[in-house]
Unconditional design. Structure first.
Length: 298
């Protein structure tokens, strides 16, 4: 479920600027359980006569400061794990984590005091030191949100709600029971980085393969990065425009490639994993493309 909210229409840059600052402060100061990674802002030019002619001018991401603080902790823990957890560097890394977090959030409020986050960091470094022999960096990064929930609960007796909602395997297995007729499953991941998406893809791919399913991942990041790379190569002096200039062609290619994947599918049991961030209105369009082209195959 993606929450959608209209923040209004602005007729002057002063009003617009004030609204953006207020929203930045509100989202940035929210807890991970409230806003997760943060929000995506879509800047839309409204058509007063026909809303269907509204045009998206640009978009941007607003990250919560708590999410960014936890990202810093993850990086410090990864470095510590890669060096096999030397005890003489533990305190230095914790101090650096606190210092960088203070600099990052200066002038803004976090959901908890900085000491609260420091205590969680101490718990995390102690746990890594005790368990590093059976842990690798991929495990730490792939399941970090679940590790983090454990660190927070062990330190402060609280649980992260966003971690408890990541129960994929049970749902996926129950879908596999219905294998008596031709069908397609479409999966769209929604969640914050570090929630275990990459690990989940490997697990579900293996599970589906064992049960006779074809599994295909369509990656928006991979598609977009290739387009940006080509644009920068063709127009090196305008590299800063690459993201904006490739937006329209990216959307067209995504829709075209999605249709081709669905049309080319010949398997009786096919699972399509759409690795792309979808706002609420865009998700409906994507699913329409899947349905229309799947029906065309019949």
């Amino acid at each position: 479920m993606v929450r959608y909210k209209n923040h209004g229409t602005y007729k002057s840059f002063d009003e617009f600027g004030d609204a953006i600052i207020n929203l930045y402060t509100k989202v940035g100061s929210a807890a991970l359980d409230e806003e997760e990674e943060g929000s995506v802002l879509y800047f839309v030019q409204r058509n007063s006569r026909n809303s269907k002619l509204d045009r998206v001018l640009s978009l941007c991401k607003l990250k919560t400061f708590e999410y960014r603080v936890w990202r810093k902790l993850r990086e410090k823990l990864s470095s510590h794990l890669n060096e096999r957890c030397p005890n003489d560097k533990k305190q230095t890394r914790i101090d650096r984590f606190i210092k960088e977090s203070k600099e990052l959030t200066e002038g803004f409020n976090l959901p908890h005091s900085m000491n609260w986050y420091k205590q969680v960091a101490i718990t995390a470094f102690d746990w890594i030191a005790e368990n590093y022999k059976g842990l690798n960096e991929e495990d730490l990064r792939g399941h970090f949100i679940n590790h983090l929930s454990y660190f927070v609960e062990k330190t402060h007796g609280e649980k992260l709600k966003c971690a408890s909602s990541l129960q994929f395997n049970k749902t996926s297995t129950s879908v596999l029971k219905n294998t008596s007729r031709k069908q397609m499953i479409v999966m769209v991941p929604i969640g914050i980085p570090g929630m275990g998406k990459s690990t989940f893809v490997k697990i579900i791919n293996s599970l589906l393969d064992k049960n006779g399913w074809e599994f295909f991942v369509l990656s928006a990041d991979l598609m977009r990065s290739k387009m940006i790379e080509k644009y920068v190569k063709d127009f090196p002096s305008r590299a800063h425009e690459a993201h904006e200039k490739t937006q329209k062609s990216f959307v067209e290619k995504w829709n075209t490639d999605l249709a081709k994947v669905v049309q080319s599918c010949k398997s009786e049991k096919f699972c399509l994993f759409l690795d792309k961030n979808h706002p609420l209105n865009a998700l409906d369009k994507t699913m329409d493309i899947v349905r229309n082209n799947y029906n065309r195959k019949e």
